[in-house]
Design a protein around this ligand. Structure first.
Ligand SMILES: Cc1cc2nc3c(=O)[nH]c(=O)nc-3n(C[C@H](O)[C@H](O)[C@H](O)COP(=O)(O)OP(=O)(O)OC[C@H]3O[C@@H](n4cnc5c(N)ncnc54)[C@H](O)[C@@H]3O)c2cc1C
Length: 416
């Protein structure tokens, strides 16, 4: 069933879709904006870290999608099943085929639990938890709260994933909780990562090496979780060393898993995807590289930035400006510089606020040494950033500039 042509169809009403719709409605109220998303709930996902850490409630992260749809925008509660940019069409699971003039694609990343043998059968029980799903995040806190010592394992899969810092943030919150309760020395904590360093931006990685050492957490690089046996309480990793690969198995008392993530199948199967399955856009303008009336942002697009809501805060205004220029056949002059930010919860009252752009350049927003763990940012994480997030989804722009920290004394390595 074909429908009348929509000015702008946005596929995905998560962080990116809602914010983009709100900006478009604010700047050009005469345009028809249609959002497609099957989900009737929206989560403030950055809050999951502190829910798992016992410092926030899941309820506070949750809103009804219908309450976030900007006034004047239309929401079709359905799943996109096919993107056909040659016909300017999006097929829906209700049989409808939406015709668009302009498409904004932002369906995010999905957890790929099945990539780890045995994981889906055991996550949520048998000591296996995950902050990466609202279904299992409360179990993270239950396990941390009930832990009395022994082996605790925290995993990180190959990139890209949402918020690359989140797999280790929960390890620090757990360690600090157990330190406060006086039995950290009885805990045998391991951080197992498929990556070769604690963080993708070298100066922050160096600062985080000190945090893991402080808690006595043992980092294991190039270790990718491949199987979990919930009955035996074992986790098996593929360990890569040079050209050799071997399987190594660890016992656990508590296992926090960050699952592998993937773009949804309908994206991967579409002509919009690159070979890795991400929507292939110009990394500066966010316009699709082959289809001029298609733009994308957020976790599902191909830009090589850190997949964060903080990135979307910068991407959406650029995309909207360029989309409105494209509609007038004007030059696209707004540029996304790859900004991303990761509030690294290094304890139950400190955060190291990592901000950076393409190329791993450190770009703090405020004139403060970014490698220092600060209480100020803890309150940002717990109070300020959630408030900003909900305001942002209403179309409020916080375009506070960030700048490259060139020549700053702290880049010479001092973290004091
Ligand atoms: C544990 C955790 C901690 C995090 N911490 C931080 C942090 O500290 N700071 C930070 O900035 N970011 C953080 N993030 C990342 C941040 O939440 C994401 O980067 C951001 O929400 C991505 O927005 P998005 O719109 O691209 O995707 P999402 O917000 O995930 O939205 C995608 C939407 O697309 C919809 N969709 C999916 N398939 C279809 C389909 N077939 N048809 C139509 N719609 C579809 C979904 O229902 C969903 O509503 C964290 C994430 C997690 C999980």
């Amino acid at each position: 069933m074909a429908s009348p042509t929509h000015d702008i169809v946005i596929v995905g009403a998560g962080t990116a879709g809602i914010y983009t719709a709100a900006l478009l409605r604010k700047k050009r109220p005469e345009l028809s904006v249609t959002l497609v998303d099957p989900s009737d709930v929206h989560y403030y996902q950055p809050g999951f870290t502190i829910v798992g850490g016992g410092e926030y409630s899941l309820e506070k992260t949750k809103r009804r999608t219908r309450d976030l749809i900007p006034a004047g925008a239309k929401w079709i509660q359905a799943k996109a099943t096919e993107l056909d940019p040659d016909k300017n069409e999006v097929a829906l699971d209700n049989g409808e085929r939406l015709q668009y003039r302009w498409l904004v694609a932002c369906p995010g990343l999905s957890n790929d639990w099945n990539k780890v043998a045995g994981l889906l059968d055991t996550v949520g029980k048998n000591g296996v938890c995950s902050n990466y799903s609202p279904d299992y995040v409360n179990y993270t806190w239950k396990l941390i709260d009930g832990f009395k010592g022994g082996p605790a394992i925290f995993t990180q899969p190959p990139m890209p994933i949402k918020c690359p810092g989140a797999p280790q943030k929960i390890a620090y919150l757990a360690a600090d909780r157990w330190r406060q309760r006086g039995f950290l020395d009885k805990c045998d904590m391991h951080f197992m990562t498929a990556a070769g360093a604690m963080f993708g931006v070298a100066p922050f990685s160096a600062a985080l090496d000190k945090v893991v050492a402080r808690y006595g957490i043992k980092p294991h690089f190039f270790h990718n979780l491949v199987a979990v046996d919930g009955d035996k309480k074992t986790a098996t990793f593929e360990k890569v060393q040079g050209d050799t690969k071997e399987l190594v198995t660890y016992d656990y008392g508590m296992l926090h898993v960050t699952p592998p993530e993937t773009t949804p199948a309908f994206v991967k199967q579409s002509p919009l995807a690159n070979s890795a399955g991400f929507i292939e856009v110009n990394q500066s303008t966010l316009r699709h590289v082959r289809y001029e009336n298609v733009f994308a942002l957020g976790d599902a697009c191909s830009t090589p930035n850190s997949k964060t809501a903080a990135a979307i805060r910068k991407q959406a205004p650029v995309l909207v400006k360029n989309l409105l220029s494209a509609m007038k056949s004007e030059k696209l002059d707004a540029v996304y510089d790859g900004y991303g930010s990761c509030p690294l919860t290094t304890s139950l009252n400190t955060v190291m606020l990592a901000e950076f752009i393409y190329g791993g350049k450190v770009t703090p927003t405020f004139p403060l040494n970014p490698f220092v763990e600060r209480q100020l940012w803890w309150w940002g994480k717990k109070v300020g950033f959630p408030l900003l997030y909900w305001q942002m989804l209403k179309g409020l722009e916080f375009d506070i500039s960030h700048s490259e920290a060139k020549g700053q004394p702290y880049l010479a390595g001092s973290a004091t």
